[in-house]
Design a protein around this ligand. Structure first.
Ligand code: BDR
Ligand code: CA
Length: 319
């Protein structure tokens, strides 16, 4: 039986690849997409998500618009596209305008209702979050029972040794640190955190893009175009990674649902800094077990990049 999931994202080039993987893999059943302010303003995230689903022939998957601003802050300069001159995400994705429309009902209502009914029905439904965690924190604020209803959560966020937006922080956690803290402290039982440490070991090259393009499918071609854009932007903006390569962070979080071996994870206590002038948004992973607190997540510190690329190629060959 296919694994059912909801994807909460800020679409964005790598979120787009995550959506395609979730919509097209035969062992996955994407039951809804919810959007959040992040890489681009939430209206664009919503339109981009619809574009992607139309493009790969899955327009029936509902897209619910979510939060337009962070959970607690009014001062944060998100979305990322306003900060980032590298062109990593641009505004609208390079796909035709969406024909389908956003679903009625906002993201928070959809998440609360869908996960409550899944819990009632003992349905396995995974939540994959690949943007700032604003929608999830709003759900927990409205109904703390949401932490029980979500039996399994996969999050792209944080960085232990690798950062990408300030000298100490990764974008998704930095963009809404209070939300990330609420989620990590919520008590959700099964949390897999996929930080930059893992995603930066799953780098795609121009050669991989050629292989994806030559599949001749809508998903293969769109992914090639988006990842090439990411590689060009990375060469401008992320001096830490090898030239001519780029991570596709968010798609790793979907890949693990069908190929858990794509990451290697260990259980740790993780929290997020919300106040430090220099460290706001930093994920703190208690690798030396100094906090005296038990683990609240599995944290992926490594990834098998070639396995990840194989999975993209085999899935997009058919779509
Ligand atoms: C994360 O930030 C966003 O720009 C990407 O979509 C990804 O979710 C990586 O730090
Ligand atoms: Ca994202």
């Amino acid at each position: 039986m296919a694994t059912r999931l909801v994807l909460d994202c800020d679409t964005g080039t790598d979120d787009a690849v995550a959506i395609m993987l979730a919509a097209l893999h035969p062992d996955l059943d994407l039951v809804g997409v919810t959007t959040v302010n992040g890489n681009v303003p939430v209206e664009l995230c919503t339109e981009n998500s619809l574009r992607v689903l139309d493009h790969v022939g899955r327009p029936e998957i509902p897209v619910h618009r979510g939060a337009a601003t962070p959970f607690a802050r009014e001062d944060f300069p998100t979305p990322r596209s306003g900060l980032d001159r590298s062109g990593m995400h641009g505004g609208f994705l390079d796909l035709p305008p969406a024909v389908s429309s956003p679903a009625s009902g906002g993201a928070v209502r959809f998440l609360l209702d869908r996960f409550a009914s899944a819990a009632d029905a003992e349905e396995d439904l995974v939540l994959v979050a690949t943007g700032p965690l604003t929608n999830l924190a709003l759900c927990l604020k409205e109904d703390p029972g949401f932490a029980r209803h979500v039996r399994r959560l996969v999050v792209m966020g944080g960085g232990h040794q690798v950062v990408n937006v300030t000298p100490s922080a990764e974008f998704n956690f930095w963009a809404d640190p209070e939300a990330a803290r609420v989620v990590l402290r919520s008590g959700i039982d099964d949390v897999l955190l996929v930080p930059l440490d893992a995603t930066h070991q799953a780098l795609l090259t121009y050669q991989d893009c050629e292989a994806l393009r030559s599949l001749g499918t809508p998903a293969g071609q769109a992914t090639a175009t988006m990842v090439e854009r990411r590689i060009r932007a990375h060469d401008v903006d992320q001096s830490g990674s090898e030239r001519g390569t780029a991570p596709v962070h968010d798609a790793v979080c979907v890949a693990v649902l069908v190929a858990p071996e794509v990451v290697t994870a260990e259980r740790y206590y993780v929290d997020v800094e919300t106040v430090g002038d220099l460290t706001v948004g930093r994920s703190v992973v208690d690798v030396h077990r100094r906090s005296g607190r038990g683990p609240n997540a599995r944290v992926a510190m490594a990834a098998d990049g070639r396995r990840f690329v194989e999975l993209l190629l085999s899935t997009f060959a058919a779509g």
